[in-house]
Structure formats: structure tokens, C-alpha cells
Design a protein around this ligand. Structure first.
Ligand code: ARG
Length: 475
């Protein structure tokens, strides 16, 4: 280590910004400064941005059309080399931008030096990062739609399957399994909405903001914005190079999405336990234990359950990097990319795993039905019957039903098996019609209010979602 810090690397005084330097950076300076290890992830975007910039410089007469053509040819070769895995990345060239430009110079010579006219790495990196995140938002949208489809297929197949609905993880009221699964479709739809919002706001072009103040060259920022598919050029050059709220917003969407996924992941973990016994995952989505031969573990669900730790951590990290940074660009902002790349990778893997597991789950009908009828899950139906048929105020009905549950508990029988005389000893007006509401299935079927769990409503929602997700649907 010691000699690293003390031996400036003179070989690099010729690097791109080296004109006023007499010696190169120390090895540790080079190590802390270099971002190419991760920003090479944006090589495609960097070259797309440079192609758009060079074409614009040529069209505006800032550089000759011959130079613009040479730059284009050279950049395409660089891109081919990178795609083919034949490109040699050099840490001493700091970042993706200088690696690409240095190779361009090797290929086309002097015209390469004209590419950086009216541009800085500050607007360049902001452009690359926005393009990268825009593509990520699009991939995530497609992945979430596939996740929704897998859930909808299961919901369609299980609209009539009764299961216990929980509050406080205590049995509450019977619900349709289809209804339960469609809840996650709704959550995923709002996740898609958050990514769409983030995409809409990030899709503006910083290119041409240059270092911070714009440029004296007669450039056409509309042209580069259009070429790169941006909605418009950013209107304030300081904003263009210094803002990273677009990354924070996308990370926020990612963190919320990861949290949403983790909730279903946790339910998969619970449902696949012996204690619940509601569902199983096939071998494709299970792992074994190295010591206990009988084990089948839902590792993928557990890992999705853990992902918010990393993804919300990335959001937290970048919030802290950005906090209190004065305008405009500061090198601190180079620390934005690694957490974003990591978080997006994690999220894409988590969505893919949840899509796979959502489709793979096989449900155990009788265990679900038995559990749905346990723990007096029909007590609310008894109270509602007292309101509806006997005109009792709900608060009184709640009290009467509670006393009946207590009597049933003392005999260790479900409400449906409690003798009518016992119920009548609590409220003498109760008659045998009450038994028609005392089953998990009747309870589920009765909840026909809009948004309720009755299979009639669930099938309607399955149809609504099937139409919304079909590619032919214009809405
Ligand atoms: N690698 C840098 C980053 O990611 C590129 C911008 C460098 N700009 C500068 N003025 N040194 O932030």
C-alpha cells in the first residue's frame, strides 16, 4: 500500500485532461477515482449519446461532416468491440466515457478529439444514466405485467376456492383465494404506475448542458433530444448536470415494489410450511438441506423477502450521497450508479422469481377450506344475520354473537354445530334460518359488495384484468 501512495504514475500525464499536469495520479488516487468498473454498464448508452452528439455537431456545422462521419464509423466499431467482449477496459482511463473516447482516437485518430466539443462528461454521464434508467423502467414494466398475468391465471382457476382471510395473522373472515391473489395484481399495477411516472419525469435530455453553464457553440439540443428519444431538452443547464432526483425516484419505486413483492414472498413461505399446508412449490422452486433429507425449502421466496434490505438500502445510500450537495456537479455523484445498478438487478431477479413461483404454486383445496371454517370465521356473518333478520343494532348484534361464540368455544364446536337452544338462551328470537349463513363458503359468497370477495365479484375482476393486460387493449 505504502509504495502505491508514493509512486505517482507518470505514464498517465497524457490522459485526456492531463494538459496542466506534470505527473500522473498516485495509485490510490486512481483507484478511488475510477468508475469504469461499474459505469461500463452504460457503454451502449454512452455510445448512443456520442453518436447523437456527433451527428448534431456535423449538422450544425460545429464540426465537418467528414469528421462527423469518421466519428460515427469509429464509435460503431467501438460498440461492436464492446458487444463482442473484445474491448480492453482501462482503469487508468477513469470511466466509460474516457475509455470509449480513447479507443475512438486509436481507431480514427485526430477527428476523435472533436467529439467532445460543446459537451462535458457532466452532461454526458447524466444523459447516459437517464437512458439506462429509462430502459430499466421499460424492462421492469414488462416483467411486472408478466407477474400480474401469472397471478391472474391462478386467480381465475381459484376464484371459488375458499381460504381464511387474516387480520393480525389471526383468522378473520373467509375469502376467495382468487381475491387474495388479485390483491397482489393491484399492488403490482401501482408499482407499474410509479415506474411509469418516474420514466415520464426522467425522459428529458441533459445533453448540451455541457459542464454546467451551457455552451457558446451553436448546437441543436432539440435534435439530440429527439434522436435519443427524450421528450425535450432540459431547460436549465445546472439542473441537467446536477440533478439525480430521477434516480432517487426510480429507486423509490424499486424499494416500494420490492416491499410489495416481499409480502407475497412471505405468504408463500408461510403457506408452504407444514403448519399452514396451504400450498406447495414444485422441485423447480424448492431447495434441499445438506443435512436433513426430508427438507424442501422455499429459498427463492425467502430471498425475495430479503431484497428490500438491499433495495431500500440503495435508496437510503443515494439519498445520503445527494443530501446537501451544492450545485452543480460534484464527484460525489459518481457514487450514484453502483447502488442503482445493483438495486435494479436485484429487483428484476425478484420479479422474475415471483412470476415463476406465482405460476408454480399448487394449492391444497381441502386444507384451505378446513382452515377457512376454523376459529369462528363466520362470527361476523352471525352478527350480520342478527342485524338483517332481527333488526338488532350492529353493536348489540356484535355482543350477542360474541356470547354465542363463547358458548360454542366452551363446547369446542363450530357455530354451525351449536344447538339452536343454546343460541336462543342468548337471544330468544334466533331461529333455525341462522344456520344458512354459518359456513365459510356461504360467508365468502355473501360478500358481493364492489371490491368484495364473493366469487362473482372475483370473476368480474379477473375479466377486467385479463382485458387490461391483453396487448390488444388500447387503455
Ligand atoms: N465518472 C463520472 C461520474 O460518474 C463522470 C463525470 C465526471 N465529471 C467530472 N467533472 N470529473 O460522475
Amino acid at each position: 500500500m505504502a509504495d502505491k501512495t508514493q509512486s505517482p504514475n507518470d505514464a498517465h500525464t497524457s490522459q485526456i485532461w492531463g494538459g496542466r499536469f506534470q505527473s500522473g495520479p498516485s495509485a490510490v488516487m486512481e483507484a478511488i477515482n475510477a468508475s469504469v468498473g461499474f459505469d461500463r454498464n452504460m457503454a451502449e448508452e454512452d455510445i448512443a449519446g456520442s453518436l447523437a452528439h456527433a451527428a448534431m455537431l456535423g449538422a450544425c456545422g460545429v464540426i465537418s461532416s467528414e469528421d462527423a462521419a469518421a466519428i460515427e464509423r469509429g464509435l460503431i466499431q467501438v460498440r461492436d468491440e464492446i458487444r463482442a467482449g473484445q474491448f480492453t477496459w482501462k482503469t487508468e482511463l477513469e470511466d466509460v466515457h474516457m475509455n470509449v473516447e480513447a479507443r475512438l482516437r486509436e481507431i480514427i485518430g485526430e477527428p476523435a478529439g472533436r467529439l467532445h466539443t460543446a459537451r462535458s462528461r457532466n452532461d454526458q454521464v447524466a444523459t447516459d444514466f437517464r437512458l439506462w434508467l429509462r430502459a430499466a423502467c421499460d424492462r421492469i414494466d414488462t416483467a411486472l405485467a408478466a407477474y400480474q398475468s401469472a397471478l391472474i391465471d391462478q386467480a381465475r382457476a381459484h376464484a371459488d376456492q375458499v381460504m381464511p382471510g387474516f387480520t393480525h395473522l389471526q383468522t378473520a373472515q373467509p375469502v376467495s383465494l382468487g381475491h387474495h391473489l388479485l390483491c397482489y395484481v393491484e399492488l403490482a399495477e401501482r408499482d407499474r404506475g410509479r415506474f411509469a411516472d418516474a420514466r415520464k419525469r426522467l425522459n428529458e435530455s441533459p445533453l448540451g448542458c455541457a459542464a454546467l453553464a451551457g455552451t457558446a457553440f451553436p448546437i441543436d439540443r432539440e435534435m439530440t433530444a429527439t434522436t435519443l428519444g427524450f421528450d425535450r431538452p432540459m431547460a436549465n443547464s445546472l439542473d441537467g448536470v446536477s440533478s439525480r432526483d430521477f434516480a432517487l425516484e426510480t429507486l423509490s419505486a424499486a424499494a416500494i415494489c420490492a416491499v410489495n413483492l416481499s409480502r407475497f414472498a412471505e405468504e408463500i413461505v408461510l403457506w408452504c410450511t407444514r403448519r399452514f399446508g396451504f400450498a406447495s412449490l414444485s422441485d423447480a422452486w424448492s431447495t434441499g438441506s445438506s443435512i436433513m433429507p426430508q427438507k424442501r425449502n422455499p429459498d427463492a421466496a425467502e430471498l425475495v423477502r430479503a431484497k428490500p434490505g438491499r433495495i431500500a438500502g440503495a435508496l437510503q445510500g443515494l439519498l445520503i450521497v445527494m443530501k446537501g450537495l451544492p450545485l452543480a456537479y460534484s464527484k460525489d455523484m459518481q457514487e450514484d450508479k453502483a447502488p442503482v445498478f445493483q438495486a435494479i438487478d436485484d429487483l428484476e431477479l425478484a420479479i422474475a422469481a415471483m412470476t415463476g413461483m406465482a405460476g408454480d404454486l399448487s394449492f391444497h383445496a381441502s386444507a384451505l377450506e378446513t382452515a377457512a371454517g376454523e376459529a369462528y370465521s363466520d362470527a361476523t356473518d352471525l352478527a350480520d344475520w342478527l342485524v338483517r333478520e332481527l333488526g338488532r343494532p350492529f353493536r348489540d348484534a356484535h355482543h350477542i354473537a360474541g356470547s354465542i361464540v363463547k358458548a360454542a368455544e366452551a363446547r369446542d364446536v363450530p357455530l354451525a354445530d351449536l344447538p339452536l337452544e343454546i343460541m336462543q338462551s342468548v337471544d330468544s328470537s334466533i331461529d333455525e334460518r341462522v344456520f344458512s349463513v354459518l359456513s365459510a363458503r356461504a360467508s365468502m359468497q355473501s360478500r358481493t359488495s364492489f371490491g368484495g370477495t364473493s366469487p362473482v365479484r372475483v370473476r368480474e375482476q379477473v375479466e377486467v384484468w385479463t382485458r387490461r393486460l391483453s396487448p390488444a387493449d388500447p387503455s
